[in-house]
Design a protein. Structure first.
Length: 119
């Protein structure tokens, strides 16, 4: 069987002929002027933007249960002062932690000094 070697060469020439104008090689294209269309729409005018308000910083919310507890304790202190148990209600007040201790020995007790343990 006899093959024709000229067919691939002819195809290559045809492909190059059609692809050269598509690549932009050849005569330069004339630029088209871009003119905006005439409209009656007015151009936007700049306006002064209002500054947003600042969010205020959060304040501490009082603990109502703790406030009530202190008020009740202060009322007890005032009643003790009125009865003469205390000389005055001035000073520092602090609450001790809950303490419970059990002993298995009958008739035997050892005193624990809570304040000397650094509480």
């Amino acid at each position: 069987m006899k093959t024709n070697r000229n067919i691939p060469v002819v195809l290559a020439i045809i492909i190059l002929t059609f692809s050269v104008p598509a690549c932009g090689v050849g005569a330069p294209a004339t630029p088209t002027p871009t003119v905006p269309p005439a409209t009656d729409t007015p151009l936007p005018t700049p306006t002064k933007t209002v500054r947003p308000t600042e969010t205020p910083k959060q304040t501490a919310t009082p603990d109502m249960a703790a406030t009530q507890k202190v008020d009740d304790f202060y009322a007890v202190l005032q009643s003790f002062e009125e009865k003469g148990y205390l000389e005055s209600t001035d000073g520092e007040i602090f609450e001790l932690e809950s303490f419970n201790e059990e002993w298995a020995q009958i008739g035997w007790y050892q005193w624990i000094n809570i304040l000397s343990e650094g509480v």
